[in-house]
Design a protein around this ligand. Structure first.
Ligand code: ADE
Length: 312
């Protein structure tokens, strides 16, 4: 009385059919389907990559498909890419874009990423101007939560900027783009590669010194915070040389109308000497964030609607 194998679940059946189907393989090659995801329109592009919207063929779940053409990457860029993947694979946090899977063909690499449909923070501020004090708090608390998590496991992002802070449709923050990230063996490991975007780069990077990873991410968070609450960047200049001088001299002014607790936080972060700069735990304990419960992400479902209305 052999009952035979149990019936396949719908997902197993779909998987089995897809694997039998030669057309699927053709679809993968011409880019209409990646693994089990149907490929739709482009939602972003970077230097070496394009990002398209993907739908799971069965569950219809949306994902972001980051598409990389391996033939256009030199060996250094390929090395960085595999590092990005291995760093992302171990990051599981509600405020960090999840890497679900990687699909590889001879010429391309597809990263199947958690989808954040609310756009990025830079576009949001470019269109709508500065955020309210409350919205800034809630967004900053989530970035802080993500960075604390990463630093606790010795991962340094090194390219934090408003363009890499994505929002979901309900206003939840997802930190993205780990192309420059690195994992250090401990907190005192000094790094020496200039990474990231100049307006967000810490003075020690411009001074061409070896630097500790965590304070560089903290500095970038200070620039981000300034940008969120004022709608302008703290360090602006027509040339990179002038920008370098502004950053090294810490020449920025917080507008007087920024609430005192937020001003104090910005000034605690944007300190030229990395040893004097706030650490992540000092930021967590600052007055400005007191009204926000940490870890705030645990409360996302209840808070998402008020947050969205603040952002609207
Ligand atoms: N653009 C780049 N990455 C993205 C993501 N994970 N979700 C939505 N848009 C993106």
């Amino acid at each position: 009385d052999d009952e035979g194998p149990p019936p396949l679940t719908p997902l197993q059946k779909l998987t089995a059919d897809m694997c039998k189907d030669e057309k699927t393989i053709k679809d993968l090659i011409v880019g209409r389907r990646v693994g089990f995801y149907k490929v739709r329109g482009e939602i972003g592009c970077g230097t070496f990559s394009r990002v398209k919207l993907g739908f799971h063929a069965l569950t219809k779940d949306k994902v972001a498909l980051k598409i990389l053409d391996k033939t256009r990457l030199d060996s250094q860029a390929q090395r960085l890419l595999y590092k990005e993947i291995s760093n992302m694979e171990c990051l599981h946090h509600p405020n960090v874009v999840r890497l679900f899977e990687v699909v590889e063909t001879p010429s391309r690499l597809y990263l199947v990423l958690e989808y954040a449909g609310g756009g990025d923070l830079h576009s949001r501020i470019a269109t709508d101007g500065k955020l309210s004090d409350n919205a800034s708090k809630i967004i900053f608390a989530q970035i802080l939560s993500a960075i604390k998590y990463m630093h606790d496991i010795n991962v340094i992002h090194r390219d934090l900027k408003a363009e890499n802070v994505l929002l979901t449709c309900s206003g939840c923050v997802k930190v993205a783009d780990f192309g420059f990230s690195t994992q250090v063996s401990n907190r005192s490991v000094a790094l020496d590669t200039f990474c990231g975007s100049p307006p967000y780069a810490a003075p020690e990077l411009f001074r061409d010194e070896c630097y500790l990873g965590a304070p560089v991410d903290v500095w970038a968070m200070g620039v981000l915070l300034f940008f969120m609450v004022t709608g302008t960047m703290p360090f602006r200049a027509e040339t990179i040389g002038k920008l370098r001088r502004c950053v090294i001299e810490c020449a920025y002014t917080v507008p007087p109308w920024v609430p005192g607790p937020c001003q104090r936080l910005i000034k605690g972060i944007l300190k030229g000497d990395p040893a004097e700069r706030h650490a992540v735990d000092q930021m967590l304990g600052c007055d400005w964030l007191l009204p926000v419960q940490f870890p705030w992400t645990m409360a996302t479902p209840e808070l998402s609607s008020p947050l969205q209305s603040m952002l609207d």
